[in-house]
Write a protein that binds this ligand. Structure first.
Ligand code: C2O
Ligand code: CU
Length: 549
């Protein structure tokens, strides 16, 4: 299944051998019966398992995944979330954007470099396949000879998710829906047990008086999360593959698309175990929190913790969430943003109705992806492959973000923002009231292929003078940022990565309902796109007739 091809590239100019490896995986995506929350259901797995295999590599390595689509009736793609894909924009794994969905029985080869150490993950990026379980972890260690700017004795990895059965929360693919966790831990009890241990609680084995790095990533389809460990403080040190100025918290919020590393010290009473608990933010919880056990050696993992699991803050305590987000600042030494953006794009997030269906729109356009992937149609300058009118840079001054839309209709469109190559762009995300009164949702926005600086957040409507409050001193670099209810979030990035990239809300149904935009930059610099990425829509026809170079 997993063969490692060692291709050592010794750079002649560097005295110490900087060996980079090439990792080669063969995966097949398929339907499986699985019981992630102790209730069996159909899911999408990789090589017959859920979640997908963890990829672990070092900065500078190359990952090659031969992905076969074993789903008989639907296409598939996999996106490598947080990986820049510099020079390989066709490997970004976004259906209709970077490539054609892989047809049943066909294989597509993803090959790309992992440049930056950090905590990442991968997931399906076609329809709602993430909600069905198509995801896994991708962890990049520092290159040989390099060091992380903090020390730890051991490492634990937590991939958080939810899935469509009752929105159950899962930790490393395991959760318990309406079963007592105790039942799993106490031998002889049979409530909610599965034969194959698919929903057994996650046990995190630790030694007393050590420091552990917990890698935490969220690939939830719907839920915003809060995580806490009984009696243990967490020191946040990494966010989305970027180091942050360390700060200590009792609990932390994690939005879909985000990843963190936190350090914990196992300095509590060693004769006890402790609960790690994951609850829901921003939406009335439908399920119990997901639990894992921090198991101090040599206690038995089935020894129930002496104290109750930590309780998440009230789901609508946004002040609590904001205070966490505001604490995230770049670690010293992080590159600073350029000071002069050439363009500012303001994106109003609204909920709308189109032909009776609820949609999400950005500046009144609900993203509808075209049949021909943008990367190919733009690279080969095809006409009529998508709506090539300029999408709006702004929204109406009189729009009242505090009220439901007066006219809830919007249009569907496939327009793309063309960014001047290497230019600095600011984006202001503006939240608003949804269709019903007094409702404004959390939207975690994710940008493909770039890190951006988070310049600031604010409540209410963004105004010109808010620019003066931007943090240009130590804004954190990230690939995902939260947009709070009725608020705004400002980011800045440099359009330096030739390709066509999605920028969208990471809540899967929201993207599916149109909540995203397309950025294109330097597409004329893109080298030869593999044919397999073009074999659909207009580029597919042209390939058949030998009309593509
Ligand atoms: Cu992890 Cu376009 O998403
Ligand atoms: Cu959203």
């Amino acid at each position: 299944m997993r063969s490692l091809v060692l291709l050592c590239t010794i750079l002649v100019l560097v005295p110490v051998s900087l060996a980079s490896k090439k990792w080669h995986f063969k995966w097949e995506v398929g339907y499986i019966y699985w019981s992630p929350d102790c209730r069996e259901n159909i899911m999408i797995g990789i090589n017959g398992r859920f979640p997908g295999p963890t990829i672990r590599a070092k900065a500078g390595d190359t990952i090659k995944v031969e992905l076969k689509n074993g789903l008989p009736t639907e296409g598939v793609v996999i996106h490598w979330h947080g990986i820049r894909q510099f020079g390989t924009p066709w490997a970004d794994g976004t259906a209709s954007i970077s490539q054609c969905a892989i047809n049943p029985e066909e294989t597509f080869i993803y090959e790309f470099k992992v440049e930056k150490p950090g905590t990442y993950f991968y997931h399906g990026h076609y329809g709602m396949q993430r909600a069905a379980g198509l995801y896994g972890s991708l962890i990049v260690d520092v290159a040989d000879g390099q060091k992380e700017p903090f020390d730890y004795d051991g490492e634990l990895n937590l991939l958080l998710s939810d899935w469509y059965h009752q929105n159950s929360l899962l930790i490393n693919g395991k959760g318990q829906h309406n079963c007592s966790l105790a039942a799993h831990l106490i031998p002889g009890s049979s409530t909610c047990r599965t034969k194959r241990g698919e929903c057994e609680p996650v046990v995190l084995r630790v030694l007393p008086n050590k420091t552990y790095r917990l890698r935490i990533a969220s690939t939830t389809s719907l839920s915003s999360l809060n995580l806490a460990i009984g009696h243990h403080k967490m020191m946040v040190v990494e966010a989305d593959g970027n180091y942050v100025e360390p700060f200590s918290v009792n609990d932390m919020d994690i939005y879909s698309g985000e990843s963190y590393s936190v350090l914990i010290t196992t300095d509590q009473v060693p004769s006890s175990n402790y609960w790690l608990s994951v609850g829901v933010r921003g939406r009335l919880p439908q399920t119990q929190p997901a639990l894992a056990i921090l198991n101090y050696h040599p206690n038995s993992p089935s020894k129930l913790p002496a104290s109750k699991p930590p309780v998440a803050p009230a789901w609508n305590d946004y002040a609590h969430s904001k205070s966490f987000s505001y604490k995230i600042l770049a670690r010293q030494g992080t590159p600073k943003p350029p000071t002069n953006p050439v363009r500012q794009i303001a994106l109003l997030n609204t909920q709308n109705k189109i032909n009776g269906y609820i949609k999400w729109s950005i500046n009144n356009i609900s993203l509808a992806l075209p049949p021909t992937p943008y990367l190919g149609s733009m690279r080969y300058r095809l006409r009529n492959a998508f709506d090539d009118r300029k999408p709006p840079e702004n929204f109406a001054r009189e729009y009242d973000i505090m009220k439901p839309p007066i006219n809830p209709s919007a249009i569907q469109g496939s327009n793309a923002y063309k960014l001047e190559f290497n230019s600095t762009v600011d984006v202001i995300l503006q939240n608003a009231n949804a269709l019903s009164g007094n409702v404004s949702d959390i939207h975690p926005w994710h940008l493909h292929a770039h890190d951006f600086w988070v310049l600031g957040y604010g409540d209410g409507r963004f105004s010109k003078k808010d620019v003066t409050k931007f943090n240009l001193k130590n804004p954190p670099l990230r690939n995902t940022v939260v947009l709070f209810p009725y608020g705004w979030t400002a980011i800045r990035f440099v359009a330096d990565n030739p390709g066509v990239w999605a920028f969208h809300c990471h809540i899967e149904p929201h993207l599916h309902m149109g909540m995203g935009v397309i950025f294109a930059e330097g597409v004329e610099l893109v080298k030869k796109i593999p044919k397999e990425a073009l074999a659909c829509g207009m580029t597919g026809k042209m390939l058949m007739n030998n009309h593509l170079p």
